[in-house]
Ligand binder design. Structure first.
Ligand SMILES: [Cu+2]
Length: 465
C-alpha cells in the first residue's frame, strides 16, 4: 500500500491533470463542468436548488451536496476520485481516497425523473469505477468494472448518464478494487427527491443523511489498512468519529428524517433515545405506512440503507448511536487486558517500565478512562478511546455517537449547534442523600422449603390455582 502525503497528493493532482489534458483533448475538457471541491469537514448548510424542480435539500452530516450545471435539460455533475486528507475528529487526520476533496464524496441530490450526467475523473493511482447503488438504470451504467464497462484508468474521465427513475436514498461507491477503495473511504450518498406529493413520502422539517463507514488505522499512523475485514478501530459516520460528528439540531415539534446507509462489513443497530421512530424507507423505496411499526433501534446490514422518521417532541439532548458498544469507542491502540475484579494497584506502573504506553482495563471497569484522554500518553494522530465532554462530565464515548438536540423555538433552517440542554430544575437524576433502607424485617414470612424449586407438571395432571 502506498501512502500519500499532502505533498505527493498535490504532485499527483498536477500529473493527473496533465494526463487528462493530453488524452481527452482541449475541446472535450472545456466541456467538462468545473469540479466543486471542499476542504472542510464541517456540515454545510444545504443550498436550495437553483434550477429544475424544487425540493427540500438534505443535510449531510459533516458533509455537503454537489452543485450541478444544467445543459440541454440534463443535470451535470463532476466527481473527481482522488486522495484526500480527512479530519476524523479534532486531533486526528486520515489520508483517505474520496471525491472532490473529501471522504465521503459530495451528496448528489436530484429529483425523480431528472436526466443526470455524471463525469467521473480518476486522479487515483489505479483504475476505478462508480456503482450507483440502488438505482434503476441501463446495465452499462451500473459501474461494475469489467462487467458494465471497462474500468476508468488513472488519469481518464468517464461519463455516466441515466434517468433517476424512483425517489429514495441511495449510495455510490467503486466496483473496482473495491476492497482497497472502500476501505480507503470512497463512497457518497445519492438522494432522489419525489417529483410531486407522494403517498408514502412525508414532507419533513429536517432531513439528515449519513453513511456508516469504518477504518483500520494503526494508532500513530494516518493511512487505513485495506486488507482488514473485521478488526477495525475507527467506527465512523461520514468518516468522522465522536466527538467529531456534528450534532443534529431539531426544533421541538419538527418532523425529522434521518437517512443512514451502511458501507461497512458488519451490521449496525442504530438507536435513538427519547423518541420512537418508524422506518419509512429502505434502499428498495418508501415503505407503505401500513407496513411500518414503531422502533427505538433499527439494524442496518452491510449494503443497506434505512430512512427513519419521528416527531422531535421531547426537548433535550438525546443520544443517537450504534448499539454495538465496541462501535462507540475509538482506537484501543493496545491489547487491553481484562483485570475487572482484580486488584492491580501498582501493576500497571511496573509493567509500564518494561512496555511503554501499557494500559490495563481498570479493576473497576473502564469508566476511569473516560476522562483520561488528556492524561494518557497517546501516539500522535490518535484519538482517545473514550472521549468527549458533556454538560455533566466526561462522555466516555467515541466512534458512532452523536446527539439529537431538540429545542423549543429554533429557527426553521438553523443547523448550528445550540449547545447543551439546560434541563429544568428537578428533572436531572441526582445523588440520593436521604436515610438508608430500613434493616430487613424479622417478621417477613419465611420461604417454605421447596417453594423456589421447579414445579413439574406431569401430562394429564392439571394443577389448579
Ligand atoms: Cu455499529
Amino acid at each position: 500500500m502506498t501512502t500519500h502525503s499532502p505533498i505527493s497528493r498535490r504532485h499527483l493532482f498536477g500529473a493527473a491533470s496533465a494526463v487528462a489534458a493530453a488524452t481527452v483533448g482541449r475541446a472535450a475538457l472545456a466541456a467538462l463542468p468545473e469540479p466543486a471541491r471542499r476542504d472542510s469537514a464541517a456540515t454545510a448548510a444545504p443550498p436550495l436548488p437553483p434550477d429544475g424542480r424544487p425540493y427540500r435539500p438534505v443535510v449531510t452530516l459533516n458533509g455537503w451536496s454537489a452543485p450541478w450545471r444544467t445543459r440541454d435539460g440534463v443535470k451535470e455533475f463532476h466527481l473527481v476520485a482522488e486522495p484526500v486528507v480527512r479530519e476524523i475528529a479534532p486531533g486526528m487526520v486520515a489520508q483517505l481516497w474520496g471525491y472532490n476533496g473529501q471522504s465521503p464524496g459530495p451528496t448528489i441530490e436530484v429529483v425523480e425523473g431528472d436526466r443526470v450526467r455524471i463525469f467521473v475523473t480518476n486522479r487515483l493511482p489505479e483504475a476505478t469505477s462508480v456503482h450507483w447503488h440502488g438505482q434503476r438504470l441501463p446495465s452499462g451504467m451500473d459501474g461494475v468494472a469489467g462487467l458494465s464497462h471497462p474500468a476508468i484508468p488513472a488519469g481518464r474521465t468517464f461519463v455516466y448518464e441515466f434517468t433517476a427513475r424512483r425517489p429514495g436514498t441511495f449510495m455510490y461507491h467503486p466496483h473496482a478494487d473495491e476492497m482497497v477503495q472502500m476501505a480507503m473511504g470512497m463512497m457518497g450518498l445519492w438522494i432522489t427527491h419525489p417529483k410531486a406529493a407522494h403517498p408514502h413520502i412525508a414532507r419533513v422539517d429536517r432531513d439528515y443523511a449519513f453513511l456508516l463507514n469504518a477504518y483500520a488505522i494503526e494508532p500513530g499512523s494516518a493511512t487505513p489498512r485495506p486488507s482488514e475485514m473485521t478488526n477495525f478501530d475507527l467506527w465512523t459516520w461520514n468518516s468522522r468519529a465522536c466527538p467529531g460528528i456534528d450534532s443534529l439540531p431539531a426544533r421541538q415539534g419538527d418532523r425529522v428524517r434521518i437517512r443512514v446507509g451502511n458501507l461497512t462489513m458488519t451490521n449496525h443497530p442504530i438507536h435513538l433515545h427519547g423518541h420512537e421512530f418508524t422506518v419509512t424507507g429502505t434502499d428498495g423505496g418508501p415503505v407503505p405506512p401500513a407496513a411500518r411499526w414503531p422502533e427505538v433501534a433499527t439494524d442496518i446490514a452491510g449494503g443497506q440503507m434505512r430512512q427513519i422518521e419521528f416527531i422531535a417532541d421531547e426537548e433535550g439532548d438525546w443520544a443517537l448511536h450504534c448499539h454495538k458498544s465496541h462501535h462507540t469507542i475509538n482506537a484501543m491502540g493496545h491489547d487491553v487486558s481484562n483485570l475487572i475484579g482484580v486488584d492491580h494497584r501498582g501493576l500497571a506502573g511496573r509493567i509500564a517500565r518494561v512496555v511503554p504506553d501499557y494500559m490495563a482495563m481498570g479493576e473497576r471497569g473502564m469508566e476511569d478512562m473516560a476522562g483520561m484522554g488528556a492524561r494518557m500518553p497517546l501516539p500522535d494522530n490518535t484519538l482517545p478511546m473514550m472521549t468527549g465532554t458533556g454538560p455533566h462530565g466526561p462522555l466516555g464515548m467515541g466512534g458512532m455517537f452523536s446527539v439529537l438536540k431538540v429545542r423549543r423555538g429554533l429557527a426553521r433552517d438553523d443547523y448550528r449547534d445550540p449547545g447543551w440542554y439546560a434541563a429544568p430544575p428537578g428533572t436531572v437524576a441526582r445523588e440520593w442523600t436521604g436515610p438508608g433502607p430500613a434493616a430487613p424485617s424479622a417478621a417477613a414470612a419465611p420461604v417454605p422449603a421447596g417453594a423456589a424449586g421447579m414445579q413439574v407438571h406431569k401430562p394429564g395432571h392439571h394443577h389448579g390455582h
